[in-house]
Write a protein that binds this ligand. Sequence first.
Ligand SMILES: *Cc1c(COP(=O)(O)O)cnc(C)c1O
Length: 397
Amino acid sequence: MDELALRARQSDAADPLAALRARFVLDGTVYLDGNSLGALPAAVPGRMEDVVRRQWGELRIRSWDESGWWTAPERVGDRIAPLVGAAPGQIVVGDSTSVNVFKAVVAAVRMARAADDGRDEILVDATTFPTDGYIAGSAARMTGCTLVPVTPDQVPQALSGRTAAVLLNHVDYRTGRLHDLPGLTAAVHAAGAYAVWDLCHSAGALPVGLDGHGVDLAVGCTYKYLNGGPGSPAFLYVRRDLQDRFDSPLPGWNSHAEPFGMRSAYEPAGGALRGRVGTPDILSLLALEAALEVWDGVPVEAVRAKSLALTDFFLECVAARVPAGRVESLTPAAHAERGSQVALRCADAGEVMKRLIEAGVVGDFRHPDVLRFGFTPLYVGFADVDRAARVLARTLA
Ligand SMILES: *Cc1c(COP(=O)(O)O)cnc(C)c1O
């Protein structure tokens, strides 16, 4: 056993989160794709058996009340809240991230316009996951705004008295770069605009501090670092003091003040549930609720500490084991700029990833030349990291 392998073993032995791995369904593969689809928490299948057979099969319609189905969007939101630094009552779970981006951006423009109707620009992170740009573009057309594509670094200069809303990614899905949420949010506010953050690659991976940094609106996935399962519903955060002004572009009956009043006039409910639209996706929502139980008693700060140790160690193992010049890290070396993934630029990345997967190391390929490895501290250990680097080195040799 060489020095790196020995250190991996020592780090695993000293890891305060090591026991959590047993709460997931895993096999002998090294799973470094939890930033695309989190692994299955072991409690989920049993819970789904109960939800389907008893709650749906036996209680049927009664479950909307008796099994807590109706209030699940807010209840599950409150379970996510501490992971992103939000007090209860500000997060609702439902719909996809794409749909929640739409609600948040349009609502942000409406809030900005209510104070100053000359605001007619939406800034969007042009390096972003494409859906965010597509949706922001449509939101701009619908609200009569101009879409201004920028990189996050350009936001401070691009802000002006015309800016209504700014949609930014906390962590870049491709490079793993962590953007300066506190600084950029403060700059957006100084310009009198509203900040919408996409937390898909930070929720469950690192502390976000939504309340502490005064973020206005935020959205995020639950099937990545929160392990909610394929297509599990996304979350929408609306800061408490903005909730009365949050004017949803999708005012469905679920967000009505009196949904069963079946009134012809819309009157929005108070609080976070103003972000609801239609009937919640109960099966996926309750699978997510069961998945979130693995977080009980797990501070997100501990997850962050392990995540940085894992990505540091991976970069070190790659540098030591992979022939020089074969890969180049796109992920920032500075901790303050790194999410929970490592992106390596590599010739023939698509073919290389195929061979890694065949050899039991699962990451993913992002067009055109990126090998992407996600590190989920709840179930990835240091020996996994060492093994991944060895297999990569062998594949590239
Ligand atoms: C994964 C991801 C999405 C996914 O959106 P869906 O509506 O769930 O398909 C959106 N934005 C970012 C930044 C993502 O990483």
